[in-house]
Design a protein around this ligand. Structure first.
Ligand SMILES: [Zn+2]
Length: 152
């Protein structure tokens, strides 16, 4: 790299130190022309994922919100906290696979429902009924009917 001070010399690395083999990595650099010496630091940075809410406002993605929603939906169901954590992790992975910087809150809700449907049907119906804010009964039945039919 070029020296940022004189802009002509080569800023070459003369030493590299890591934090126990990990980040941050510190590199000692020295300019071949002006002789300046600096430490440059390499850190890991993740693009924070943001959730776009219904009113178009944005907030940082927070897995504990999903967990809280699942806990409510699974209230008094034979489900352990570990299972819920595991479910959240699977949903979270899916979100990070599909979305880069922004994810609509609606998409998170749909994903939670998809995973919850396989996980616990009672919890699924509870979550769906709250999440979708059903306006009338027919909408609710539309959602529940395919599950009931499958049981017959
Ligand atoms: Zn220089």
């Amino acid at each position: 790299m070029k020296c940022p001070f004189c802009r002509r010399g080569i800023f070459s690395v003369t030493d590299t130190r890591t934090n126990n083999g990990g980040f941050p990595i510190r590199r000692r650099r020295r300019c071949s022309r002006c002789g300046r010496r600096v430490w440059s630091v390499e850190v890991m940075e993740e693009n924070p994922l943001h959730v776009i809410k219904k009113d178009q406002s944005r907030e940082p993605f927070d897995r504990t919100k999903i967990l809280r929603g699942l806990e409510k939906a699974c209230y008094k169901r034979p489900v352990s906290q570990e299972q819920l954590e595991e479910l959240v992790s699977r949903i979270e992975e899916e979100i990070y696979r599909q979305y880069d910087r922004e994810v609509p809150s609606r998409a998170i809700g749909e994903l939670v429902m998809r995973y919850l449907k396989e996980f616990d049907q009672v919890a699924y119906v509870r979550f769906a009924s709250v999440y979708r804010e059903f306006k009338d009964v027919s909408e609710f039945v539309e959602e529940v009917e395919p599950m009931l039919n499958r049981k017959r």
